[in-house]
Design a protein. Sequence first.
Length: 304
Amino acid sequence: MIILLLGLSVTVAAQTDVEEQCSPVDLRDELPPVWNQWTIKDCYSYVAADLLTHEIGKVVAPKYISLNYNLHRRYTSKTGHGGSTAKALRFALEQGFCLEQDHEAAWVPIEAKNLGEFIAIEGGGDLRWCNSAARKRALRLVDNHNIDIYTIFTIINLLKKGNSQVDKLSDVVGKSCYKITKYKDKSLRVKQLVGSKRTSATLIKKIDQQLNKRKLSAISFPLIMFKNPKNRIRQGGHAGSIVGRRWNSIKKSCEYLLRNSWGKGCSYRSYHQDYQCEKGNIWIPRQTLQRSIKRLRYLDRSPN
């Protein structure tokens, strides 16, 4: 009986320790409404924009980050999209970024009809190889400056390195922003930690430290985490921002609020029923996050 009571007291004590380390934080009100990336695989740019927005107190345009970053590196992957949050952040801090208020309105909305234009230009082929017909059509769109968000990604992939038309495309991207913002504080650094079974607890600790300072963290994780809370495979990439923390007294677990970039919807087709979704923000248990997190990025002014 004494042993049982001792065991119970230890369990309660351990639970209290966890709960005490899970003080409530919610940074949603310090950010714009959840973005919607639609079918473009540039989640990293929304996360980068979240971190910059929260840092400077003004809404940074994610699409400009994505377009400018992709144009600069002239991405040539088969999928044509995707990227590094850390590299996009560093590029934005070095080269400048665009505030949402300075971004041309026509570039912001993305309608479903544009998807047809994207597919037509891509031609269903491998973007690493230039289809001559698609290439001519892409260049014609550059000349006319009649470009939507889908076609510009395709054009970037169709144009070969060193092609003079890249300068035209750069001009189009540049004109989409009325005023480039340069961040003058050179002490701001992009920090990155890589997750594994050995380091995952360290990454969670860093997330907690950031939240305790009311700071965001950007994480990358396998997309399957949204559908399978028990997933242990760190393959396949998606990115989101950690914007909150709470103690779930019913489940007796610490949960982290992940800001996604799929709009405000909470469809069961997108997220497992065990998660609580609030207008595109999802509460993820600590254990699930710790098993899944691949990389952690955050902004910091400390030298190390």
